[in-house]
Design a binder for this molecule. Structure first.
Ligand code: G3P
Length: 222
């Protein structure tokens, strides 16, 4: 499964990128609004740090404006993927943008039917929001499973991008199901690696090694 970071923080992206396992970035207007600086400059800087798909979202709500914004965003850098909301106007815009060869990430997907329409419109990625469904007592992971099952029957060139992942179990479940991509905030990404037994085990290995070295040194000096 490809791992994307869901953030517009250059600090977080730089830090995570050093680990060599970040395949792409997803942003949205809320995430960009949290950062200071020009959003386009931030997007361009992200493209310099991570050589993979970088989602940048349109804010227009009618197709014409979405297409205009999408063309502009895609022109900023070859890595930019245009993120479009899953509404009727978004489908129209996706059809136009994908026909022009621009990659679209259809976002705010909350049902299998929406995902099916997104794929048919030519979206390159579809983003089911797991955590936000959990928030309203609807199992978000079931949506990911349903979309994967549907896409398995057909040949859509559309990857399932599990989004709104809130904790490591969401990430593991998405991988178990075979989601193509999981996007997560830095806090979740950091938790993926941490395990107290790894830390305790490493501490013990190093202590044993130091003790052995000290014993060998004492023997050699006798
Ligand atoms: O990529 C979608 C993500 O930004 C939504 O996450 O946690 O705000 O539901 P969340």
């Amino acid at each position: 499964m490809k791992i994307f970071l869901d953030t517009a923080s250059l600090k977080e992206i730089r830090e995570a990128a050093t680990l060599g396992v970040v395949d792409g970035i997803t942003t949205n207007p809320s995430l960009l609004a949290k950062e200071s600086g020009d959003p386009e400059a931030i997007l361009l800087e992200i493209c310099q740090i991570v050589d993979g798909p970088i989602s940048a979202e349109v804010v227009a709500t009618e197709a014409e404006g979405m297409v205009r914004e999408g063309r502009h965003l895609a022109s900023l850098h070859e890595n930019i993927v245009v993120k479009v909301p899953c509404i009727a106007e978004g489908l129209k815009a996706t059809k136009t943008l994908s026909a022009e060869g621009k990659r679209v990430n259809m976002t705010l997907v909350f049902s299998p039917a929406q995902a099916l329409l997104a794929a048919k419109a030519g979206a390159r990625y579809v983003s089911p929001f797991v955590g936000r469904l959990d928030d309203i007592s609807t199992p978000g992971m079931e949506l990911v499973a349903d979309i994967i099952q549907i896409f398995d029957h057909y040949d859509y060139d559309c990857e399932v991008l599990a989004a709104s992942l809130r904790h490591p179990l969401h990430v593991v479940e998405a991988a178990r199901m075979g989601a193509d991509i999981g996007t997560m905030p830095m806090s979740v990404f950091t938790q993926l690696l941490k395990h107290p037994l790894t830390d305790a085990g490493l501490k013990r290995f190093l202590e044993d090694w130091e003790r052995t070295k000290a014993q060998l040194a004492a023997k050699a000096s006798r």
